[in-house]
Write a protein that binds this ligand. Structure first.
Ligand SMILES: Nc1ncnc2c1ncn2[C@@H]1O[C@H](COP(=O)(O)OP(=O)(O)OP(=O)(O)O)[C@@H](O)[C@H]1O
Length: 246
């Protein structure tokens, strides 16, 4: 296990009789940028949701710094304050301003003072280029802008790891780049990131490790230079061939 931040051990998940994850094993070390790729339905989002405890695994364990994260809600809440998640659908509160969205969790969960929460929100909204929109309502923003606010909101918690569940899949094509650019910048800050994505060029260029999933299994886990150049698994080769063709 070494100095892993997160360890996924023999993790399986079934919905009824449908086995979606089958004995998944991997560790996440400090500063790693792990992209999880693979065809639709291979279990990528379910894996991320299990890591964030939004889904309960059928068997296996998730450990954070060696300690198993069980079913106790207080433990899960503490864990989630260190391991944040950015969703495809942004999940911003439309009845609050951008600033209020970014201050809510730090006030309620971390009990920061108003001033501290405000300073943190401004710092991270600046980081994603959204400081000019602090008083806007999310409904006034484009999809790319909403996702950048959602990323700033997660950063306000000072997470040790940030999970991204297909963060650009709900965006119009012209907005994908602005969100990927913010994530590229983040990747240079030392933040540990696990990203489920269909953006192969991003995975190839930005990840330190790319995991290829197929039918609930990890079939490849390698630095992208290796995986994209010389995939060992026939399913990965076929997937990449289809991707490059289309
Ligand atoms: N809550 C659920 N109940 C029942 N089946 C589910 C549930 N969530 C996911 N599944 C099924 O689990 C399988 C894996 O889904 P998952 O969303 O993890 O795949 P994915 O690799 O992320 O796919 P995509 O790239 O299309 O998002 C799919 O067959 C899906 O229908």
């Amino acid at each position: 296990m070494g100095d892993a931040i997160i360890s996924v051990e023999e993790l399986s998940k079934a919905f009824g009789n449908h086995e979606v994850l089958r004995k998944i094993d991997f560790n996440v070390g400090p500063g790693e940028i792990i992209c999880i790729v693979g065809s639709s339905g291979s279990g990528k989002s379910t894996l991320l949701r299990c890591i964030n405890k939004l889904e309960t695994q059928t068997s296996g364990k998730i450990r954070y710094h060696g300690k198993e994260i069980g079913a106790v809600q207080k433990e899960i809440n503490d864990y989630r304050s260190k391991v944040g998640m950015v969703f495809q659908s942004f999940n911003l509160f439309n009845n609050m301003t951008v600033l209020q969205n970014c201050m809510l969790c730090t006030r309620k969960v971390l009990h920061l003072s108003k001033e501290e929460a405000f300073d943190r929100a401004i710092t991270h909204l600046k980081q994603v280029g959204m400081a000019p929109f602090i008083n806007a309502n999310p409904t006034q923003l484009s999809g790319g802008q909403k996702q950048r606010v959602a990323i700033a909101r997660s950063l306000c918690m000072n997470p040790e790891v940030l999970l991204f569940d297909e963060p650009t899949s709900a965006l119009d094509p012209e907005m994908v780049g602005e969100v990927l650019n913010v994530m590229k910048e983040l990747a240079t800050t030392g933040l540990t990131m696990i990203i489920v994505t269909h953006e192969m060029a991003f995975a190839r260029d930005v990840s330190t490790r790319t995991i290829f999933m197929d039918q609930g299994y990890i079939v490849e886990d390698a630095p992208p230079a290796e995986l994209f150049k010389n995939p060992k698994n026939a399913r990965t080769r076929e997937f990449l061939r289809r991707y490059l063709a289309g």
